[in-house]
Design a protein around this ligand. Structure first.
Ligand code: G4P
Length: 324
């Protein structure tokens, strides 16, 4: 029952128990706008497990015709077949260069710098210092990537408003200057599922979300998309039908119990999410291009209905006032 209510509320955007602090957004956006005229290429680091949900919509709006490389990082954790679908989708639909990477693999990262130069328009190919803006959501692996590109440990530009050190300019010494920006999330994630996926991946601070709510989301998705991995990891012979039953079954097996011997849903959700984030469940992607296309249509219908209901209410209100 709880699961049904949660599913219903989630579907219709009634709750979103994930709240991150968007206060630094305006400043960050302004800084990026100011910087863009001097930038030759944008490197956007996405999470290969959720390339759509980890893609900052602001970049698409601001970048214009500038060349853009989308790195699908942490590809060692993502479903390889789905990563292939995303690479093809991004190149065909968005006209960007998409590249799957594991930022902990030194060789793969180093090829990136050659890629940057090769993507510049002919008139800019001979410039001495390529200015590359690098950005990505918190925890996507941007610092790891930069450290490998530079061959040394560079201080992290903070992910949180309190630790933001602003932009960093890093000379790679090979004709590329990186402009690093703080890991950034945007204030309004229109697609509710994207919010849950960001939370499941670890991009949103754990203190800003309800573990069990995100756990329900993950359990629901994994049941449908990766049942065999769940069976193998938690030694379940048969999979239950609902996410609540799944969490209870895992909780019983793994001793995530609370008062009265009942399964503690927060504890078991934490366990499931930790396993997912570390890749212990296997290589898993949280979204496919096909799923996103469907969700976009659903979202448009939902938003259109919401607008028309609002208009209707306003009309009724105005009519009422006229009568009085
Ligand atoms: P950020 O600057 O974008 O915020 O991310 P950062 O490089 O600090 O990386 C965040 C975590 O992700 C680190 O783990 C890092 O080792 C891991 N990571 C980075 N790139 C990859 C990758 O390609 N594959 C995998 N599997 N992991 C990667 P951590 O230090 O353990 O941090 P946390 O997981 O405890 O947050």
């Amino acid at each position: 029952m709880i699961a049904i209510i949660r599913g219903f509320l989630r579907q219709f955007g009634g709750i979103m128990s994930i709240q991150w602090y968007p206060g630094h957004m305006h400043k960050a956006q302004k800084q990026i706008k100011e910087l863009l005229p001097d930038i030759h290429i944008i490197i956007e680091v996405l999470d290969a497990r959720l390339p759509y949900s980890s893609d900052n919509p602001m970049i698409a709006r601001l970048r214009g015709e500038k060349p853009c490389i989308k790195i699908l990082n942490k590809s060692d954790l993502a479903d390889p077949a789905i990563t292939e679908q995303w690479l093809a989708y991004l190149e065909q639909e968005q006209g960007v260069k998409a590249y799957a990477l594991c930022s902990e693999k030194t060789g793969e990262v180093r090829t990136l710098t050659d890629l940057c130069r090769s993507m510049l328009p002919a008139k800019e190919k001979s410039i001495r210092a390529i200015h590359a803006l690098i950005m990505g959501i918190p925890n996507v692996g941007k610092s790891t990537l930069i450290n490998i590109m530079t061959g040394r440990t560079i201080a992290k530009t903070g992910n949180e408003p309190a630790v933001t050190k602003g932009q960093q300019k890093i000379n790679l010494g090979n004709g590329i200057i990186l402009f690093d920006t703080p890991g950034m999330l945007w204030p309004k994630v229109e697609n509710e599922n994207s919010g849950y996926r960001l939370a499941a991946s670890g991009a949103i601070k754990d203190t800003a979300m309800d573990y069990d709510d995100v756990g329900f989301f993950a359990a629901d998705y994994l049941l449908k998309a990766y049942p065999e991995q769940l069976k193998a990891r938690y030694q379940l012979e048969l999979l239950p039908a609902s996410e609540l039953e799944l969490l209870e079954a895992i909780g019983k097996k793994r001793g995530c119990l609370g008062g009265g011997g009942r399964v503690d849903l927060v504890k078991v959700s934490r366990l499931l999410l930790t396993d997912f984030r570390a890749g212990i469940l296997g290589r898993i992607s949280l979204e496919t291009p096909e799923m996103i296309a469907k969700e976009k249509v659903e979202l448009e219908i939902y938003l259109a209905e919401k607008t028309s209901k609002k208009k209707e209410r306003l009309k009724k209100f105005k009519n009422k006032r006229k009568k009085h």
